[in-house]
Ligand binder design. Structure first.
Ligand SMILES: CCc1c(F)c(F)c(S(N)(=O)=O)c(F)c1F
Ligand SMILES: [Zn+2]
Length: 268
């Protein structure tokens, strides 16, 4: 089903939501939507941008589950044990989950692009502002509520740290499946260089698409093997009860208009 385009006022922008997501057609405000294409030569170097400071405690890792459009690894965010600060951020942010977006082939799958270059997949580490809010649900509604680190994945050598996660996927093939998943350090999924990144103000890329995200997109990608990525594609959008099983692929949103925003870079 294609999203039927309706006339929209300047206040609303139609988001070309992927047909599978029954999310809202138009998003209130809609002038800072994500993902975007990062045009490198139009990004502006900002010397005030600091290095990222991540402190992740593997003991806060709790479970891995299939929510019907990606798989999420969830962390205990009731204390400041796994945190992100520095970079473009003024406050301290708590890690609540990470997940991925990927394609049906290695030719596409990422949400952000760099000079229109697509990657086969993209990792998102989702954090919320625990200096200003007490729950993720509160923070997700506020301008400076969330900070998401985006890391591009390329197909190459096998990622040893990712394998523990890949091995858990067959147990959560269907929508709604949850299994315990502990002692996983998400820091092992970050590239070696976390000083070089682009940052801009955007939104969730899935419903409710709220415009509450400070995006931090890493310049350096990580490598995973073809076989590891193939296991992502063995997941299903559908629950065990549904007759027709649909493989979980192409769970990305299309790039959104920049609407005059500036993308800053922490490097020249
Ligand atoms: C509502 C939970 C949630 C997501 F499902 C999600 F996909 C993203 S995303 N792709 O923008 O990183 C979030 F930031 C997020 F907070
Ligand atoms: Zn995401």
């Amino acid at each position: 089903r294609r999203c039927n385009l309706t006339a929209c006022s300047s206040k609303y922008v139609l988001s070309q939501m992927h047909p599978m997501w029954q999310g809202p057609l138009a998003v209130p405000g809609g002038d800072r939507q994500s993902p975007i294409d990062i045009v490198v030569r139009k990004s502006v170097f900002d010397s005030k941008l600091k290095p990222l400071e991540t402190e992740y405690d593997p003991q806060t890792c709790q479970q891995i589950w299939n929510n019907g459009y990606s798989f999420l690894v969830e962390y205990d965010d009731t204390t400041d044990k796994s945190t992100l600060k520095g970079g473009p951020l003024q406050d301290k942010f708590r890690l609540c989950q990470f997940h991925f977006h990927w394609g049906e082939s290695n030719s596409w799958g990422s949400e952000h692009t760099v000079d229109r270059r697509l990657f086969p997949a993209e990792l998102h580490l989702v954090h919320w502002n625990s200096d200003k809010y007490s729950l993720f649900e509160e923070a997700v509604m506020e301008d400076n509520g969330l900070a998401v680190i985006g890391v591009f994945l390329k197909v190459g050598k096998r990622h040893e740290g990712l394998q523990k996660l890949v091995d858990a996927l067959p147990a959560i093939r269907h929508k709604g499946s949850v299994v315990d998943f502990t002692r996983f350090d998400p820091g092992c999924l970050l590239p070696t260089n976390t000083d070089d990144y682009w940052t801009y103000h955007g939104s969730l890329t899935t419903p409710p698409l709220t415009e509450s995200v400070t995006w931090i997109v890493m310049k350096q990608h990580i490598e995973v093997s073809h076989d590891q990525l193939a296991v992502f594609r063995s997941l299903l959008f559908t629950s065990a009860e549904e007759e027709v099983q649909k493989s979980m692929v192409n769970n990305f949103r299309v790039q959104q208009p920049l609407r005059g925003r500036t993308v800053r870079s922490s490097f020249t």
